[in-house]
Design a protein around this ligand. Structure first.
Ligand code: FES
Length: 166
């Protein structure tokens, strides 16, 4: 009888430990994934299709969106990036990161002035991406672009966040 009680106590102790460990294990998986994910990410680059060349008339600058090269499974909309794509001539395109090199705000294209404007602190860029005025420390980052048959492709890169101490 006494041995039965001891066995039952051991069994209940083990059972309660397992039942306590299970939720901890379930909770720890996403927590550790979120903490370690950015460290494990590689600076992978990937060509992404943007659209047909015919969608971009010569001389125009359009905002294009694409999925980053190595999005985390839980990234959601943050897996998307944007760039300003300009068609220079029949064969040449230029793609500028949509993020200001000051603190990363999205810049907008002012077609009449032919300038990129940053709404956050008044940064201004010329149409070639170089700094016209304001706090941006350097020109807009460029993505590689290629024409694959009639499809425009952008080579994605890690989001170019400027070093704040620059
Ligand atoms: S983030 Fe663009 S000027 Fe500051």
């Amino acid at each position: 009888m006494n041995e039965d009680k001891i066995e039952r106590r051991k069994f209940l102790t083990k059972l309660s430990l397992w039942l306590g460990a299970l939720p901890a294990a379930i909770i720890s998986v996403p927590v550790f994934s979120a903490l370690l994910g950015p460290l494990l990410q590689k600076n992978k680059q990937e060509w992404r299709q943007i659209g047909n060349a015919a969608d971009f008339p010569v001389g125009t600058t359009k905002l294009v969106k694409f999925i980053n090269a190595d999005p985390l499974p839980w990234a959601g909309t943050t897996a998307k990036s944007a760039a300003w794509l300009r068609r220079e001539n029949e064969k040449e395109f230029t793609a500028f990161s949509a993020n200001c090199t000051h603190l990363g705000c999205p810049v907008r294209w002012e077609a009449k002035a032919e300038l990129f404007m940053c709404p956050c602190h008044g940064g201004v860029y010329y149409k070639d991406g170089s700094v016209a005025s304001g706090p941006p420390p350097k020109a807009l980052v460029r993505y590689q672009v290629r024409l694959n048959k009639d499809v425009v492709e952008i080579k994605t890169a890690p989001v170019p966040i400027t070093n704040i101490t620059a």
